[in-house]
Design a protein around this ligand. Structure first.
Ligand code: OAD
Length: 238
């Protein structure tokens, strides 16, 4: 069986990381336009760097929760029975990797990576970025930005994502509000291929009606419940 999973901020909420749309449109008390757009970075790079430095510090204190870990168990079970798990996340945290999933596709970039706005080189970072941080490839000072897909920019890996979705037997959306495209459109692409679709979220997402099945509750509970059922099905063939 080939399972394609899309995750969003809701899967990391119980690890203590804030979601985007659960606080009157403010993300950590900032309007998204003030911190997550190329225009914001051009206008006030210091504010944007400090904002993402704080997100990186919060991530260092966070641990994967039972939902992240359940997906790693599911990947192991699938791969030992000739199946695959494609895990596409809108999250910029690394909790899927730390929970044990391999090959995670980060369509909105990663907090723990930097991107040079001058030469497009991207590299792993562990510490803060500053307005005068230097690119290790071209040496430009002040060109280093978080390797995060901001509003108005093109998500990463779309060709690979679309190909994997077309090969899937099951599409599962976890912890996402369905407010941001192209991820919000994956359910439609899956349906048009006759692929079964399931939503696991705290509450009905904007596209909830399009799913064949929806289960609502905290990811830390409903994701392990669902993976246990699927693993049972994989192992027994029932
Ligand atoms: P949102 O904040 O829009 O949605 C989070 C969803 O998770 C909501 O539907 C919540 O009900 C649900 N949720 C909250 N806590 C939960 C829990 N404990 N268990 C299960 N579900 C829970 O976040 P995303 O859909 O990920 O893009 O947002 C999509 C994109 O919008 C983000 O990747 C980001 C943002 O702009 C970029 O940064 C480019």
């Amino acid at each position: 069986m080939n399972i394609f999973i899309l995750t969003g901020a809701g899967i990391s909420a119980e690890s203590g990381l804030k979601t985007f749309r659960d606080n009157d449109g403010l993300w950590e008390n900032h309007r998204v336009e003030d911190v997550a757009t190329p225009e914001a970075f051009a206008r006030d790079p210091d504010l944007v760097q400090r904002f993402y430095n704080l997100r990186r510090a919060a991530l260092a204190d966070a641990q994967p929760n039972s939902a992240h870990i359940a997906l790693a168990r599911l990947q192991d079970a699938l791969e030992s029975h000739d199946g695959t798990l494609t895990l596409v996340t809108q999250n910029v945290d690394d909790l899927h990797e730390r929970g044990g999933v391999s090959g995670v596709i980060h369509m909105h970039g990663e907090l723990m990576r930097a991107l040079c706005a001058a030469c497009a080189y991207a590299w792993d970072i562990a510490d803060d970025l500053h307005v005068d941080s230097q690119c290790p490839a071209c040496g430009t000072k002040g060109s280093a930005r978080p390797d995060i897909v901001w509003f108005g920019e093109m998500p990463y890996h779309m060709d690979r994502i679309e190909a994997a979705l077309m090969r899937a037997d099951l599409f599962v959306s976890i912890g996402t509000s369905g407010a941001v495209y192209p991820a919000a459109g994956f359910v439609h692409a899956a349906r048009s291929q006759g692929i079964r679709t399931i939503e696991l979220n705290m509450e009905p997402s904007l596209g909830s009606n399009y799913f064949d099945e929806a289960r609502h509750g905290p990811a830390g509970r409903i994701v392990p419940e669902w993976t246990d059922q699927i693993i049972d099905h994989i192992k027994t063939g029932a």
